[in-house]
Design a protein around this ligand. Structure first.
Ligand code: SF4
Ligand code: SF4
Length: 519
């Protein structure tokens, strides 16, 4: 176990601390985050591997949909206006499913934020993940914090030039791979990859890759925390979603203050002393350049790296972990009231410790029950309801549809034999990736017959229309009503479409116009 004075004090400054915050247009003050290690860092590595793996590998997953549809598992097929997601195929008129997913993502973000604060920002936001990735490269090439600070301050030499060039080159390669991966979601990935390298891809593909390469390099490599602090609206919005029971990364000053590097001397002098040894380890690892000991700040993305840094210091000094921890405001307030005798005195850490020096059993601790409170339950119910509605709609949706346009001019034609004829444009939607024969028939309008233009079948009340896989087929249909059946009023009837193999069916209510009815 080390004494407070044996713990290395890192010369780290919270460049984005409220008191030192730069004006908006001031040059960025560089941050050199130190490598952290601990349970939260390991968790972040895991999330990073999963999210990057999903992003880069998804376009390469195959999904067999038969010979008439693309075999890419996730594909936004702009040319044919389709979205494929494994076994789901979304047509343009079904875009509400995508809107529903966005609604679910929004409610999910509310749920997560009200429960565990800015977990999205700290672990899964693309900006966080890519900055982390770029920092891995920076550390591998230039070394950890001290080496990078030294290199930054050194005058230009071949060594510095080589390191800087290597770092930026790797960043550009990662940025290009990121932009490249994005376009693979919009075309067959293996084909597009060959086309890109042989110069045969569409100009829009090169432009998209160029723009995304530039933004990834700029945001992940150069701007980093400034994107979160100045560009992203989420830190401002999240404040409305947090309440006193939301978990956030908290410096527990009720046990940490007064901070000192000379605890023994202070204790010998009868002065109160807290657990914080003022080593600045928490400041040095912070990718946002803040000091969590200044309290809750808009800049804090709750990445929890300061928890890891402080826990390792607490391990070395033989104190309990958790001087910086995930805590709720209500627990923090209760513990602060304990340490200050209800706010009547300054913090005296002895009040939160028992006679043996261990943390008192009266300290408020987070309990999982706090997750299940009315606010989170309402969010969860809304999220589940949206999911169930979407699932129901998805499972019961039609894959066969009929739409009909009645000729407006002329509304009817009087034939030489006295019969009346109406013209329609019937649109048959075959929404599966297989060809099928769709039976179109008339329901109602007794005595009427129909004939399809380009369909070589005798006039009758039913037609068999072949439709290509995943296609819409338009058929001109003329419905004829013999003179003796004309009633003198416009009559309602139905076009019925059926797939006799799958028993799918759809009906369209239409009107048959007559000369009398038109008067
Ligand atoms: S203060 Fe801690 S949790 Fe917040 S951004 Fe910095 S390291 Fe992450
Ligand atoms: S809070 Fe922990 S890591 Fe930060 S200065 Fe104090 S002891 Fe060091």
């Amino acid at each position: 176990m080390l004494s407070q004075t044996e713990i290395e004090r890192i010369d780290a400054e919270a460049v984005n601390a409220a008191g030192r915050r730069q004006p908006l247009y001031a040059p960025r003050k560089k941050i050199f985050p130190k490598r952290a290690s601990g349970q939260f860092r390991r968790f972040k590595w895991l999330i990073m591997a999963i999210t990057l793996g999903i992003y880069y590998l998804t376009p390469w997953l195959r999904w067999d949909r038969g010979p008439y549809a693309p075999d890419q598992a996730v594909l936004v097929d702009l040319a044919n206006r389709r979205f494929y997601f494994f076994f789901i195929e979304i047509w343009p008129q079904e875009f509400f499913y995508v809107a529903g997913l966005l609604v679910m993502a929004g409610i999910g973000l509310f749920l997560i934020t009200s429960t565990v604060g800015r977990a999205w920002c700290g672990y899964t936001c693309p900006q966080t993940v890519w900055v982390d990735l770029f920092l891995v490269v920076e550390r591998a090439v230039e070394g950890d914090r001290n080496a990078r600070i030294k290199l930054d301050g050194a005058s230009w030499s071949m060594g510095k030039l080589a390191k800087r060039f290597s770092k930026h080159l790797i960043w550009v390669v990662i940025a290009a791979a990121t932009g490249g991966a994005w376009v693979f979601y919009f075309a067959d990935a293996p084909t597009l990859l060959v086309d890109i390298f042989t110069g045969r891809a569409a100009p829009v593909a090169y432009m998209t890759i160029a723009v995304l390469t530039a933004t990834t390099y700029l945001f992940g490599g150069l701007m980093r925390e400034q994107v979160c602090i100045y560009m992203c609206p989420w830190p401002r919005i999240q404040a409305a979603m947090l309440d006193e029971n939301s978990l956030t990364v908290t410096y527990n000053d009720w046990r940490g203050e007064p901070r000192s590097r000379h605890a023994k001397k202070m204790a010998a002098a009868g002065e109160s002393v807290g657990d914080c040894v003022d080593c600045n380890a928490c400041v040095a690892v912070c990718p946002m350049g803040i000091d969590i000991r200044d309290g809750q700040q808009l800049e804090c993305i709750t990445c929890a790296l300061c928890i890891d840094a402080c826990d390792s210091v607490m391990d070395k000094t033989g104190r309990e972990r958790g001087l910086i921890s995930y805590a709720t405001l209500s627990d923090y307030n209760a513990n602060m009231a304990l340490a200050t005798a209800g706010g009547t005195d300054v913090i005296r850490p002895a009040r939160v410790r028992d006679a043996g020096g261990a943390l008192s059993g009266r300290i408020a601790q987070f309990h999982w029950r706090k997750i299940f409170r009315p606010r989170t339950l309402v969010y969860f119910c809304a999220w589940s309801l949206a999911g169930l509605v979407m699932l129901y709609a998805l499972l019961t949706r039609d894959r066969l549809e009929v739409n009909v346009l009645h000729d407006r001019n002329p509304q009817f034609v009087l034939l030489s034999d006295g019969a009346v004829r109406n013209g329609y444009t019937v649109k048959l939607l075959n929404m599966i990736p297989e060809p099928r024969v769709i039976f179109l028939s008339l329901e109602g309008l007794p005595g009427a017959t129909m004939q399809g233009v380009g369909i070589d079948q005798p006039e009758g009340r039913s037609l068999a229309v072949p439709v290509d896989p995943d296609r819409l087929r338009e058929v001109r249909i003329f419905v004829r009503l013999p003179m003796e059946r004309v009633t003198g009023v416009n009559e309602r009837f139905s076009f019925v479409v059926e797939d006799k193999a799958s028993f799918e069916r759809d009906v369209y209510q239409a009107t048959f116009n007559t000369p009398e009815g038109a008067r």
